[in-house]
Design a protein. Sequence first.
Length: 97
Amino acid sequence: MDESIHITVQYHNILRARAGISAETLDMPEGSTLRDLLHHVAETHGPVLREVLFTADGAVSSHLVVFRNRHLLPATDRDAMLADGDELLLFPAIAGG
């Protein structure tokens, strides 16, 4: 029997507007990565969210900032394995001046 893990995802700024919710808890298959989860939420919430999570060629957007359990997850860790109980905060990178 396949085990599942429970991941809490919080959406911030434009991601919240595009997802239509501020947070959700997802059941993902054990062994899922951050990239797997992002594909899942893009499928669930549609192309309006997908276009800010992924580039046109399907790569995870470099403008996506992810905190995992209150620690910044480097962009090089998009294939990081998720664990049961992880809390992810998703932010779009914002430039300002």
